[in-house]
Design a binder for this molecule. Sequence first.
Ligand code: BDR
Ligand code: CA
Length: 324
Amino acid sequence: MPVLSARVAPTAPLDLIIDTDPGADDVVALLLAMASPDVLRIRAITTVAGNVRLDKTSRNARLAREWGGREDIPVYAGASKPLLRPPIYAANIHGDEGLPGVVVHEPAQGLADGSAVQYLVDTLSAAQPHSITLAVLGPQTNLALALIQAPAIVRGIKEVVVMGGAHLNAGNITPVAEFNLYADAEAAEVVLNSGVELTYLPLDVTHKVLTSDARFSQLAAIGNQASQLVVDILMEYIKADMQRYGMTGGPVHDASVIAYLIKPELFKGRSVELQVDRRQGATYGQTIVVEYTTPEQPGNVVWIEDADAQGIFDLLSTRLACLK
Ligand code: BDR
Ligand code: CA
């Protein structure tokens, strides 16, 4: 089975939309992205219900924007519930406000007018062919709704990079399903079937990129507001996973997607044929790698399964040092 080292770093800034359900690790991802304007041109942040309700994920995205000093980036609120299934939340991991370890407040700047789904349809319809990258850090509801409304938007998309799924790693919301896929498996299937270029960073890789005391010290040593926020949020966030899995540290799932966009050489993956199980029952939301394919005859997904964990924390540290 050929192992692909992931592609080389982008030579020009990527036009990026971040679709997210903040969420502790989502906020770390947003700060990392906002600290990297030389590589990522963030066109908008779009929010979805996921870790907590939509009003809270939207508030937390605006908080992250305020902390990142990037009020120029519009935040659009999107879907308040999945395509078909009843909503599920993860307040047990992310806290009632969706942001553990810090005190939240109402940010000065509000949401952009209009819905995230319409923003996606309008922006991707008007975009140059294959010009916009989407980082999808929560349930894939917004993108699925946009694709259902206007299937031709695929043409404007360069790549969709998803945090989600699990194959050799167990699930984290059921024994076999990862939270983002389980929260809206129907949406994930719409995206899978759309023909868009898709990369997945599943639990198989994010459970290899764990915090440690040394990595917390590394982040704290930066000594600015952003690094202190990241330390405070993560110290609280990782407790549940460390206890559940008996791991020595906790994962920072969504930040791996942004690290992948900035420095793909830190990651390894392979081309696969991926399916999502939508049958009601014990396997709902499971991702199944049905076949390892080749770069010459690729499958429908690039499945990232290994990473240089210390390299990712070094990247996070270097980048956070650029924020206030
Ligand atoms: C994913 O689920 C959410 O709780 C996290 O924000 C991450 O996107 C990990 O399974
Ligand atoms: Ca998330």
